[in-house]
Design a protein around this ligand. Structure first.
Ligand code: 5GP
Length: 200
């Protein structure tokens, strides 16, 4: 999928509640060459979520149809809903030189790593388990049973961190966003990415 002159495809994972959305928002204020792929999901929007911004909220029928037509880079099911990364948007943005973030879970992330070897992978960690628990509870939109499911899912995500090239600890949103920006700059300075020029 990637070409030599294209932007980076960046897999961005971390447990629910790690602050992925907030950190990306800060990063996008810092630099205009980064975009986030908007995933499709069959789950219902949570209060405050906007169609086309947080997710494309689509029917199960449409989702299954798109799976058949190979319109997703990857897709998976979580909590009895389906989630997928639409191909077309990502390809367009990469070719225009933008760095495209895929905010996906560790299974989806590893699927993309296998399919697209040149991609960059960053894992966002909360500073501690206690802080993560508080952040998950703080949302107040889930029942006790749903919360326990989220805790065990968070443990699973943390257990898979070693598959990622970089880990960024989200103890401070500005610092985390700055660090990700530096990682992007360092990746773009890799020798194989920097074109040569004529010399005698
Ligand atoms: P939530 O419903 O809390 O927004 O997301 C539930 C899970 O789905 C999270 O772990 C999130 O990272 C994952 N997810 C969101 N979009 C995608 C996607 O496009 N593909 C995959 N595989 N997982 C996704």
């Amino acid at each position: 999928m990637e070409t030599k002159n294209s932007g980076l495809l960046i897999i961005f994972s971390g447990p629910s509640g790690a602050g992925k959305g907030t950190v990306l928002q800060r990063l996008f204020e810092l630099r205009s060459d980064c975009v986030c792929s908007v995933s499709c999901t069959t789950r219902a929007p949570r209060p405050g979520e906007v169609d086309g911004v947080n997710y494309h909220f689509i029917s199960t029928e449409t989702f299954d149809n798109w799976v058949e037509r190979d319109k997703f880079i990857e897709w998976d099911r979580h909590f009895s809903a389906s989630y997928g990364t639409p191909k077309e948007f990502v390809e367009e943005q990469l070719h225009s030189g933008k760095h495209v973030f895929l905010e996906i879970d560790v299974n989806g992330g590893q699927n993309v790593m296998r399919k697209i070897p040149g991609c960059l992978s960053i894992f966002l960690m909360p500073p501690s388990w206690e802080i993560l628990e508080d952040r998950l509870k703080g949302r107040g939109t889930e029942t006790a049973e749903q919360l326990e499911k989220r805790f065990s899912r968070a443990r699973f995500e943390l257990d898979n961190r070693q598959h990622y090239a970089y880990t960024v600890i989200n103890d401070d949103v500005d610092r985390a966003a700055q660090l990700i920006s530096s990682i992007i700059d360092a990746e773009m300075a890799r020798t194989q990415r920097v074109p040569s020029f004529q010399y005698n």
